[in-house]
Design a protein. Structure first.
Length: 79
């Protein structure tokens, strides 16, 4: 479970959301309420977590959130 504040769009919508491993795959996580999925990968001897996702807001009537459409990669490094 996670909480995001002051965000918008399908992937980053504000509030508390629940996620599960998609189909039991520990490298793919799915948001329960809308089926949005992203990939996770451990890198550099498990000291870095990489999250990849594709956001498609092209058909969204929400105005500026359509600018979030695209592929994203987040690298989180253990300090």
């Amino acid at each position: 479970m996670y909480t995001i504040i002051n965000a918008g769009g399908e992937a980053f919508e504000a509030g508390t959301k629940e996620w599960v491993y998609a189909g039991g795959n520990i490298n793919r996580i799915e948001r329960i309420d809308n089926g949005f999925e992203f990939n996770i990968t451990l890198l550099n001897e498990n000291s870095e977590l990489q999250i990849t996702l594709t956001v498609d807001e092209s058909g969204s009537p929400l105005g500026r959130t359509s600018n979030t459409t695209g592929a994203y990669t987040f690298n989180l490094e253990k300090q």
